[in-house]
Design a protein around this ligand. Structure first.
Ligand SMILES: [Zn+2]
Ligand SMILES: [Zn+2]
Ligand SMILES: [Zn+2]
Ligand SMILES: [Zn+2]
Length: 301
């Protein structure tokens, strides 16, 4: 594609959108460029070069499809994906409608037929098993944009902050209610799940948020009244912590997750790498964060 055919502008006029590509109208006949790409200014302001580069490449791929195939194809269909790969852009369309946005979640066919980005935890993201892929009929999967599952099971929700993965999980996470001993619940009472065992969710309720109102969940014994209890805390009497005690994190600040007790990641943080920046991860006590973090260091004990 001839670079002179493309004009690139930086704009302040996008609210959530990151980029746009459109043909330049015929009345503008004299102008050499045939396509105009606009990129949101805020992409240049957060010091993340990879994001504006990816957005420019994403839009260049749209220009290429407009030129070679025309506008009568799905905006992020196979033609665009192919062009995006060749332009070096991430072929996951982080879009709402036709727009590229800062998506946090992805709904995808596990067989690779489609991938769509979402800004919010929509119904599709929360309950992927209720939908089917138009192309192959498989139930899609959902996940956090930064955390694609390696070997996904169709119809599973892998979004870390959603307190279920499957329909069974959602309806009846752990056997029947009359023998349940623990509760994972929204502090506003929208949703609650009962458990017989002290699962990871019961032990670390702050990792999850209510699918209805987005409040951070809490856990407690089955006879407690959650409405009086503080959110994001573990109120189970037999668990010796209420808040995270151990943090597993990227030394460059890309992520940090708190747990009540050691996980395999926090025991040997040097064995894991940050998915975003590739640094070896670190672990430290939640109440005693070191001032400087050396990659691959375990600051506990
Ligand atoms: Zn697009
Ligand atoms: Zn499919
Ligand atoms: Zn709620
Ligand atoms: Zn990182």
């Amino acid at each position: 594609m001839d670079p002179a055919a493309i004009r690139v502008d930086v704009t302040d006029s996008f609210r959530r959108q990151l980029g746009e590509c459109r043909p330049i109208s015929r009345s503008d006949r004299d102008s050499t460029p045939k396509y105009e790409i606009r990129i949101a200014r805020r992409l240049f302001e957060d010091g993340r070069d990879d994001r504006w580069r990816d957005t420019v490449r994403h839009e260049v791929a749209h220009a290429y499809v407009l030129k070679t195939v025309g506008s009568d194809v799905a905006p992020h269909g196979p033609e665009w994906k192919d062009a995006a790969r060749r332009a070096g852009a991430d072929p996951v369309a982080r879009c709402e409608g036709d727009d590229v946005v800062d998506a946090a979640y992805v709904l995808a066919c596990p067989n690779g037929c489609f991938e769509h980005g979402y800004v919010q935890r929509s119904k599709r993201i929360k309950n992927p098993w209720q939908y089917t892929c138009d192309e192959c009929g498989t139930h899609p999967i959902s996940y956090d944009v930064t955390d694609r599952p390696d070997d996904p099971e169709a119809g599973t929700c892998y979004v870390a902050s959603i307190p279920w993965q499957t329909q069974d999980d959602k309806d009846d996470p752990d056997d029947t209610r009359n023998t349940a001993r623990y509760l994972l619940t929204c502090p506003n009472g929208c949703t609650a799940w009962s458990y017989q065992r002290r699962t990871k969710r019961i032990k670390n309720p702050w990792l999850y948020s209510c699918p209805e109102c987005d409040a951070t969940l809490l856990s407690c014994d089955i006879d407690d009244r959650p409405i009086n209890l503080e959110s994001g805390r573990c109120h189970v009497a037999s668990i010796p912590w209420q808040e995270p005690r151990i943090v597993h994190a990227c030394p460059n600040g890309c992520f940090n997750v708190g747990f009540g007790q050691h996980t395999k990641e926090s025991r040997q943080p040097d064995r894991y790498r940050c998915e975003e920046c590739g640094a070896r991860t670190v672990a430290y006590p939640a109440d005693d964060q070191p001032e400087t973090l050396t990659p691959g260091t375990n600051y506990i004990e």
